[in-house]
Design a protein around this ligand. Structure first.
Ligand SMILES: NC(=O)c1ccc[n+]([C@@H]2O[C@H](COP(=O)([O-])OP(=O)(O)OC[C@H]3O[C@@H](n4cnc5c(N)ncnc54)[C@H](OP(=O)(O)O)[C@@H]3O)[C@@H](O)[C@H]2O)c1
Length: 261
């Protein structure tokens, strides 16, 4: 079985990737700046943890040593996003190439081409870093995670509301379904580069999804429509975040809410 490195394997998507790869019998190494305690929710039994910093470079050699394929599920917010996605990916891929790692899988986002949203621009630039690397590269672009759209609605919590972006539809997907696609991509041994988009099983308006959240939680908070400004709002209202032709037969939002209850 190949040795798989999950970069950012302690994060939301990374934990699911780590669990899926361990479940399939791979030898799994997780790299992040902090290793979880073995009773923490981020800890996956059977995985090995190393500390490494994509941006600073410390720990990367130990992380990639003996690895056949890496899966990058790292993240950064604000100004850190560009640092992690550009500088960090370059550091990682350069070190991986020096240590003979043959293949890389990058987790990206559906519909980010042409967006003015700085985070999406950084993500697109990260894709380019991966394409230009000497490793055989698989890019998997996913639509918004169920957890993420829930966090968007929950931005209204301080005001006693659920916020629903106007003119916006989502095709949310479970991180476990994304993880399966990433591990599938890691198991492809052909040398050619591949790209794949995956989306959740259904497309629904933000309002309809917020209503499902409200019902599942038994909440009395009103759903307040908000018009999102900037590049993110424009990208979503244009429907670029949707991938109807790439819907997976996975866990839909209602089922995910029931399981999370
Ligand atoms: N949210 C969505 O709906 C969505 C949809 C499609 C794709 N994506 C993509 O999915 C990826 C993962 O997102 P997520 O929400 O799962 O992320 P997350 O929960 O924020 O986890 C980020 C991971 O990266 C690690 N990390 C951050 N900075 C690092 C650094 N300098 N060096 C090493 N590790 C570092 C974190 O651990 P430490 O902090 O301990 O280092 C953590 O393990 C992102 O690239 C995102 O663009 C997200």
């Amino acid at each position: 079985m190949p040795r798989v490195l999950v970069v950012g394997g302690t994060g939301l998507a990374g934990r699911a990737v780590t669990a899926a790869a361990v479940e399939r019998g791979h030898e799994v190494v997780v790299a992040a700046r902090r290793a979880p305690d073995d009773d923490a929710p981020a800890y996956v039994d059977g995985a090995q943890y190393v500390t490494a910093d994509l941006v600073g470079g410390g720990g990367l050699e130990e992380a990639v040593d003996g690895v056949d394929v890496l899966i990058d599920a790292s993240n950064g917010s604000g100004k850190q996003a560009a640092r992690v996605f550009l500088h960090g990916s370059r550091n990682l891929l350069h070190t991986a190439a020096r240590f003979g790692v043959g293949r890389a899988v990058q987790l990206s986002i559906a519909g980010i081409d042409g967006s003015r949203y700085p985070y999406y621009r950084a993500k697109l630039a990260q894709e380019q870093v991966y394409r230009e690397s000497p490793l055989a590269t698989r890019i998997v672009r996913a639509t918004q995670f169920h957890d993420f759209v829930t966090a968007v609605f929950e931005r209204g919590r301080p005001f006693g509301a659920l916020l629903a972006p106007t003119g916006t539809r989502f095709q949310p997907i479970a991180v476990e379904d994304v993880a399966d696609a990433l591990v599938d991509a890691a198991e492809l041994t052909a040398a050619a580069d591949t790209e794949r988009t995956i989306g959740g099983p259904a497309i629904e308006s933000a309002r309809s999804l917020a209503e499902q959240l409200k019902a599942a939680r038994g909440s009395r908070r009103p759903i307040v429509p908000v018009r999102l400004g900037g590049g993110l709002g424009a990208t979503w209202r244009a429907g670029h975040n949707l991938a109807p032709e790439h819907a997976v037969d996975g866990v839909d939002y209602t089922a995910w809410l029931s399981a999370a209850a």
